[in-house]
Design a protein around this ligand. Structure first.
Ligand SMILES: Nc1ncnc2c1ncn2[C@@H]1O[C@H](COP(=O)(O)OP(=O)(O)OP(=O)(O)O)[C@@H](O)[C@H]1O
Ligand SMILES: [Mg+2]
Length: 461
């Protein structure tokens, strides 16, 4: 086995193949037969087609053509030729596929037939936001999302209620945590896929879990978030269960959130850090937070994009709905975890309202753009809110100028439709498609006659 191959096969989690030659070497070394080309549609659904290893050279040369007209949010049939250009740095062998004649995957950038980036490609929309950060002198937008999810006995609820595996709670263990084995296998698989897992635990809800990835630059983390979701689902299926990132599958129980920790680095240093500030937060960090608070309502339909997302974003259940920031207080939209002396690198802000069913590319892009807007325009950061905002009376909140996130997808999408920031971030094509799709989803839901209505009205009206 050549020295380079030995180095490549023994690569630890952090280092992955960088060049096309690295990829070709591993394909030979690991007896890979098929390579899956992964990308997402506008809603963040993973799309994939497989190529035979013999096509790899051509694919790296000119990409692989495909019909984009059946991809949600992409071009209509009359201009549907698209090109999937594989990104060699995202190459990884799929641990749940056979060892021999194995299967690997690469994320792709979507191009037009003339080789231009396709404006409807969520990965390109994130790249565009990152280019703005770079133009402002930042060299990294680091993101650490905490995705929560549920395991259920099956995808089809019995009598309308999904069946949980256990009645465990936060950090519960042994008999109360039926998921520990499947979670263990999932973590090992994520590490083989180049994702650094920091820790994992049972969450507050019954059958609810969390695996924490170490933060990474936004583009890699968006890819990793897609990989995380499909890996969790693959191993749940292996155990005969169903894993879901649905924000609120159980009425009256905690929903699944995706707290998103964020920071900007400049010259390898954490640009959010200021040792002389009472909160150890730099002016840049404060303006970034002010940007996300100011634009939170108009971008809500992107980080919480489903009708069901707003069944989670209700006061209580640890879900943040009030537009404020704080150090300790988990009822605010933004939390700045307490600074540990000497831990400059860990200085960050945590936005608590996104949910794990969002499109991570569009979400990280619009969060970055909102933060950069605050920096570029010098937004003022209001005082932190250390009170429990759930206990404040509505007029008290009003007096303090604390706004609330939209209460439904219907309200959220109309705010986005008026948002200049969302239009600039998504670009005209994706903006129009997204607004159209979400208005339709809300209309489809709004006209439903629900069991709740029948229970409440049928007998009395
Ligand atoms: N500078 C940074 N920039 C972005 N993310 C960071 C940075 N430093 C740490 N992180 C990430 O922040 C996340 C912290 O997760 P952790 O679970 O500790 O947060 P928490 O909000 O305190 O926990 P919980 O919500 O479960 O109470 C991890 O993904 C970690 O990698
Ligand atoms: Mg958190």
């Amino acid at each position: 086995m050549g020295a380079r191959l030995a180095r490549l096969s023994a690569l630890n989690v952090a280092e992955r193949p960088q060049t096309r030659d690295d990829v070709k070497a591993i394909v030979e070394e690991r007896d890979i037969r098929f390579i899956r080309f992964w990308f997402t549609d506008v809603l963040g659904q993973l799309k994939s087609f497989s190529i035979n290893k013999a096509e790899l050279d051509d694919a790296f040369e000119g990409g692989m053509g495909f019909d984009g007209s059946s991809i949600t949010g992409f071009n209509a049939i009359e201009e549907s030729d698209m090109i999937a250009m594989p990104d060699a740095a995202t190459f990884a062998v799929l641990p749940w596929r056979p060892e021999s004649q194995g299967v690997a995957r690469m994320f792709c950038d979507i191009l037009t037939p003339s080789g231009e980036p396709y404006e409807g490609d969520p990965r390109y929309i994130l790249r565009r936001a990152l280019a703005r950060a770079e133009a402002m002198g930042f060299d990294a937008f680091n993101v650490g999302p905490e995705l929560e999810y549920f395991y259920f006995k099956s995808a089809r609820p019995t009598d309308g209620i999904p069946e949980v595996l256990d009645e465990g709670g936060y950090f519960d263990l042994t008999t109360l945590d039926a998921g520990s084995d499947v979670r263990r296998e999932t973590v090992l698989a994520l590490e083989q896929l180049g994702i650094h897992v920091e820790y994992t635990h049972h969450e507050v809800g019954p059958s609810q879990h969390e695996i924490d990835m170490r933060y990474a630059p936004a583009l890699k983390m968006a890819d990793d978030t897609m990989t995380y979701r499909i890996t969790v689902k693959e191993y749940a299926m292996k155990y005969g269960w169903h894993a879901t990132f649905m924000p609120k599958p159980l009425f009256g129980k905690n929903g699944s959130g995706m707290h998103t920790h964020q920071s900007l680095f400049k010259g390898g240093r954490n640009a959010f850090y200021d040792p002389d500030d009472q909160y150890f937060l730099s002016e840049t960090g404060k303006a970034f937070i002010a940007g996300q608070l100011k634009h939170a309502r108009e971008i809500s339909s992107i980080f919480a994009q489903w009708v069901n997302s707003y069944k989670r974003l209700v006061p209580g259940y640890e879900a943040p709905v009030y537009v404020a920031w704080s150090r300790r207080n988990r009822s605010a939209l933004v939390r700045v975890p307490l600074y540990h002396p000497g831990k400059e690198k860990a200085t960050r802000m945590e936005l608590r309202c996104p949910d794990p069913a969002c499109n991570p590319y569009l979400t990280f892009a619009v969060l970055l753009q909102a933060g950069l807007e605050g920096i570029e325009k010098g937004y003022e950061l209001p005082e932190p809110m250390e009170k429990n905002l759930y206990h404040l009376a509505p007029d008290e909140r009003h007096r303090l100028g604390i706004e609330q996130l939209p209460a439904t997808l219907g309200e959220a999408i109309e705010l986005t439709a008026e948002s200049e920031l969302a239009l600039r971030t998504l670009g005209e094509h994706t903006f129009n498609r997204f607004v159209e799709i979400k208005r339709q989803e809300w209309d489809d839901y709004r006209v439903q006659v629900t069991p709740w209505e029948l229970d409440r009205y049928m007998s009395i009206l």
